[in-house]
Design a protein around this ligand. Structure first.
Ligand code: COA
Length: 176
């Protein structure tokens, strides 16, 4: 069974196997992975994730908004297929460039429909908390990502140039 679940200690080995595969394929951006690339133990990564899991307990200067980390997990194979970071509201940066949801599928599992499934399941998490208008963004030339967004019903609002990323960013809204 494929399911979108929060990261748990029980799957620490599988989580770091996902990280190692991303690195071995040179995928250093770790989109939607909650900065997993910066951590080498589950506890440290979880502390970071917990630091922005509740808007009432956050450091206002941290620059993040309340959000949750999820992973697309194959319960039979015990394998992390992907990661999705779900933000509960938008700050200026997210409204312009980052959007409500960031995501990655591990390199060896791409092109099999998992990206679309993961985005659909991440959208459900937002729907559960009453977020019906969801912004999802990607680089203008990231065909796999914009097709994923379009498969989930995304409507392109515009493309904005980002000095930070040195490219145009597509901004899509998904109304659910
Ligand atoms: C973007 C990403 C999550 C897509 O995941 P995926 O599992 O490969 O996506 P799917 O298999 O569900 O395919 C989704 C759509 O993209 C298309 N697609 C997938 N890989 C593609 C590729 N390399 N080139 C062109 N189209 C591609 C599929 O055909 C499908 O389109 P369709 O619905 O019109 O048939 C994955 O490529 C990834 O992790 N990329 C690196 C991280 C990243 O870019 N994250 C997004 C940042 S905004």
């Amino acid at each position: 069974m494929l399911t979108l679940i929060p990261p748990i200690k029980e799957y620490e080995k599988e989580i770091f196997d996902f990280k190692d595969e991303m690195l071995s394929f040179g995928d250093i951006e770790f989109n939607g992975c909650g900065r997993l690339e910066q951590y080498s133990s589950f506890e440290e990564w979880k502390d970071h994730l917990d630091s922005y899991a509740d808007r009432n307990k956050m450091d206002p200067s941290c620059g993040l908004v309340e959000g949750r980390q999820y992973m697309l997990f194959d319960t039979e194979k015990k394998r992390v297929l992907g990661m999705a970071n779900v933000r509960h509201y938008l700050n200026d940066f997210l409204m312009n460039l980052g959007g409500h949801i960031g995501y990655s599928i591990r390199p060896t599992e791409r092109g099999k429909g998992y990206g679309t499934l993961q985005l659909k399941l991440a959208l459900e998490k937002l729907k559960e908390i009453g977020v019906n208008d969801v912004l999802v963004t990607c680089d203008d030339d990231n065909t796999a990502s914009y097709k994923t967004i379009e498969s989930c019903g995304g409507t392109l609002e515009n493309k904005v140039y980002s000095d930070k990323y040195g490219c145009f960013i597509r901004r899509y809204w998904i109304n659910q």
